[in-house]
Design a protein around this ligand. Sequence first.
Ligand SMILES: Nc1ncnc2c1ncn2[C@@H]1O[C@H](COP(=O)(O)OP(=O)(O)OP(=O)(O)O)[C@@H](O)[C@H]1O
Ligand SMILES: [Mg+2]
Length: 362
Amino acid sequence: MATLELERLVKRYGTVEVIHGVDLAVPSGAFCVFVGPSGCGKSTLLRMIAGLETVSAGEIRIAGRRVNELPAARRGLAMVFQSYALYPHMTVRQNLAFGLENLGTPRAEIARRVAEAARMLRIEELLDRRPKALSGGQRQRVAIGRAVVREPAIFLFDEPLSNLDAELRVQMRIELKALHERLGNTMIYVTHDQVEAMTMADLIVVLSKGRIEQAGPPLELYHRPANLFVAGFLGSPKMNFLPVRPAEGGVRLASGDRLAMPEPALGTEAELTLGVRPEHLALAPAEAGAGLAGRVRLVEHLGAEVHLHVETGAGTLTLRTPGEWAAAAGDRVRVVIPPEACHLFGPDGRVVRSACRGPQRG
Ligand SMILES: Nc1ncnc2c1ncn2[C@@H]1O[C@H](COP(=O)(O)OP(=O)(O)OP(=O)(O)O)[C@@H](O)[C@H]1O
Ligand SMILES: [Mg+2]
């Protein structure tokens, strides 16, 4: 267990800066997930923490100690990559023991750690097999086992599940979370999958273009996104965004409808974006008085829930409703937007008013 701190961390490749001064404090024992689109700098950050990339400016501290100049092997970390190259000519047991043998760990200690990791990862019966006789998920568990036996202060994972099929990913996600609960180590986990981030993290760090957009607990980010990027990145289907302008007692939609809400203290000329999640919208019959008039364009049945895409004068809205019945394509309907579930973002993309719904405020 150890804390990890990044202070004004910068990475340049020649004259190109790819990490632009990142500040972050990860508490000891946290499951921290770096998430963001391809090329945002997740792997670069992780590799800098691991000691596989040099630091151009700023500082990395592990357990309060500066490690910028410390070689990778002496940082007390273990890293699991997406492409987990196991040694094909060695058995699982030998693969697990290899790193410790290189460090000169006593044989009895190696045997103890290998047995413990194998039990924890449920690969005991596979110890005498070679990697080619294992399934993808079993191989991935061996790769994780190689990190576990090193008993690191911090685990670093770079998209370890992206080579697995959907079902196995879900299973491994649960196993990794359980492993974290048993070990209590600090984990830094990189993914571009926002579902993985939401379900696994205690602390999510959303990155874009080499900067942190927001860091915090998953539900805090989901319910109180600091900006349009985070609002749009977390959640599936995505949050709906509509252009609005401040109006007396609320905002005016592009359709001309007024939505009553605490007035944003901005000039009436300000172009704002209203954000509302698909699960917060409700459907009303066409003859209802309330709501925004629209026509259903597309209905997606997922079994447990339905996604409706409704075209309105204010823009296209996606609704997510439980159950099977909702509406059919072509239906005229009304969409009710609950003001208390709406976020408002300013012209610069930053939130100017958060929804007052969410777990923190009931
Ligand atoms: N050796 C390098 N030289 C120059 N630029 C690099 C180098 N390595 C990475 N970059 C650039 O740094 C940026 C961040 O790359 P990085 O690999 O950290 O992204 P990522 O978030 O891990 O993306 P992905 O999800 O695709 O793995 C990218 O724009 C990439 O092109
Ligand atoms: Mg990467």
